[in-house]
Write a protein that binds this ligand. Structure first.
Ligand code: ADP
Ligand code: MG
Length: 533
């Protein structure tokens, strides 16, 4: 038995249990996942309800996506953490598709229960599920449509992903920001989501939110007397603090009398001034440092008309370096003119930020910043989460294409997996069919959440798909629509990841069986493992 499985078993068995047979272990684990499904199912889709979660301090958090619900709910049963992990695996990559993953995982377990009752061996179910998910993956790839990178294409993917978002800004406003930012960084048909930074400002109206074609620094100059905006800026970007190296400081310890100490300090100040003069000689007029800038250096910079900013966030520093075509140096003495970036620094006093633009000479890269403003930290954090989702989703849509949303893809995949099942021999075929049913569970929940009868709508959807209309899904009111025409799509990558992680979590839990004797394992006695395998 592999060690990972032992750990999982240790983690999922109730501490007070002495022994659990297969049925009880599964009942316990599956039940934990079902409770997670119950917690998130009503949030799925365009008409998904917000969840109110009471936090330990008594305040109430309102959220509308599974990953946040899962983060916030303290889940007592460790088995549920596998469902949480499955959702997280999707969330980490795309911040989207999490609710779908959780719902499909629960449905796979429910189907498995039925198969176990009919006497199927867990291994047969696991094999069938894995085979079915391979088929689903291939079919998904076949269904994916490239979108290119026109603004309207970007918009349609972002819009579906942002369904139901709120926090003081309408989904379409956030979508606008995401689309214009991704449009800026799009290059030869690809969007690198890392080329867009999301920067938040608390204490400003949400209406101040905007997209900047360049980088944004939220810091202040180190001295009031320094220039604020620099038109033809030559910029040194450093991780090394602007001060004397450590060797300089060590010498100070050896100095005895007060007079020579003063002399030493003078010398040191002189050396720091020398450093700044070197920078002046290199043509530097802006110093951006992710560490500190020594007092003496600050005044020397101020005297020489250099703008200095310290404790710049490292990510902001890297984005700035890219925009200005410079290199972030990690050792000041080694800095050369080749490391310097050039461009335009503009101070926005109203928002207390610096805007950094390239000079368009081709040395810098195009980067975009989504500046999100809001009255409180909670508001800007939620806006940032939604913008992050939108960015990932748009980038993956551009990369791997899109598929029909509104349940159309799940229905189509279910039909194709069912077709393929007829070619699978033996009882495994039943598991492949069960997998197809589970894929439809996400659609069932979607239909329930728009207040329609799942049986009627699913029947109508299945027959539409049998008639060859693969893009027929449901609209926001449960009506059948051509989802492509209605601009309801999901990125293929998000769907793939949702199905993959649901399958991985479900097969793991199904595979946990009666070989494990709680307590004995943790006591180090694992002789019984696999005895009746
Ligand atoms: P998830 O956490 O899985 O992303 P969501 O609450 O975002 O959950 O719901 C996603 C589902 O809702 C997808 O199947 C998507 O196609 C569908 N959806 C989103 N917007 C619409 C819409 N306007 N009409 C129909 N379905 C939609
Ligand atoms: Mg979503």
């Amino acid at each position: 038995m592999n060690g990972r499985i032992v750990d999982e078993v240790d983690a999922i068995t109730a501490p007070d249990a002495e022994r659990m047979d297969a049925a009880s272990v599964r009942e316990y684990n599956f039940g934990a996942v079902y409770s997670v499904v119950e917690a998130v199912r009503t949030t799925l889709g365009p008409r998904g309800k917000d969840k109110m979660i009471e936090q330990p301090d008594g305040s109430v958090l309102i959220v509308n996506d599974a990953s946040t619900v899962l983060d916030e709910i303290a889940i007592a049963e460790p088995a549920a953490s596998l469902a949480v992990e499955a959702a997280d695996a999707v969330g980490r990559e795309f911040h989207d598709g999490t609710t779908t993953a959780v719902v499909i995982c629960g449905a796979l377990l429910e189907e498995a229960e039925g198969l176990l009752d009919r006497g199927l061996h867990p291994n047969t179910i696991v094999r069938g599920y894995e085979r079915a998910s391979d088929i689903a993956r291939q079919e998904l790839e076949a269904l994916a449509t490239p979108i290119g990178s026109t603004p309207s294409a970007l918009r349609s993917v972002a819009t579906t992903a942002m369904t139901g978002t709120g926090a003081g800004m309408s989904p379409s406003e956030i979508t606008d920001l995401v689309v214009s930012a991704t449009g800026l960084v799009e290059a030869s048909g690809a969007v690198d989501a890392d080329h867009v930074r999301v920067v938040t400002r608390t204490g400003y109206p949400t209406a101040d939110s905007r997209v900047v074609e360049g980088a944004v620094l939220t810091d202040d100059p180190v001295r009031e007397s320094m220039p604020r905006s620099v038109a033809d800026a030559t910029v040194l970007l450093t991780r090394d603090p602007v001060q004397l190296s450590d060797t300089g400081t060590d010498t100070a310890v050896k100095i005895g009398d007060a007079e020579s100490f003063d002399r030493f300090l003078d010398q040191e100040a002189e050396q720091v001034r020398g450093m700044v003069e070197t920078l002046v000689g290199m043509g530097v007029d802006v110093v951006l440092c992710s560490d500190s800038i020594a007092d003496e250096a600050q005044s020397a910079m101020s005297v020489n008309g250099i703008l200095g900013v310290r404790r710049v966030d490292d990510e902001a520093l890297r984005a700035t370096a890219a925009v200005l075509g410079g290199t972030v140096v990690s050792s000041l003495p080694d800095a050369t003119t080749a490391d310097l970036g050039t461009g335009r620094i503009v101070r926005d006093e109203d928002d207390g930020i610096f805007l950094v633009y390239g000079d368009g000479d081709g040395s810098g890269e195009t980067r975009a910043t989504i500046l999100l403003c809001g009255p409180t930290e909670e508001v800007v954090d939620e806006l940032a989460r939604h913008a992050g989702t939108g960015l990932e989703v748009v980038a993956s849509g551009v990369d791997e294409g899109i598929v029909a949303g509104g349940g159309a893809t799940e229905i189509e995949l279910a039909a194709r997996v069912r077709d393929a099942a007829s070619g699978v021999r033996g009882r495994e075929q039943l598991a492949v069919e069960a997998f197809a049913n589970a894929l439809e569970a996400a659609v069932r929940v979607l239909v329930e959440n728009v207040g329609r009868d799942p049986v009627d709508v699913l029947t109508a959807l299945r027959s539409a798909h049998a008639g060859g209309t693969a893009r027929t899904g449901i609209g926001a009111h449960g009506e059948l629509i051509d989802t492509f025409e209605a601009d309801v799509h999901d990125p293929a990558a998000v769907k793939r990841q949702a199905i993959d992680s649901a399958t991985a979590a479900a097969t793991l839990l199904i595979g946990v069986d009666d070989l494990f004797f709680v307590g004995e394992l943790s006591a180090g006695d694992d002789d019984d493992d696999g005895a009746d395998d």
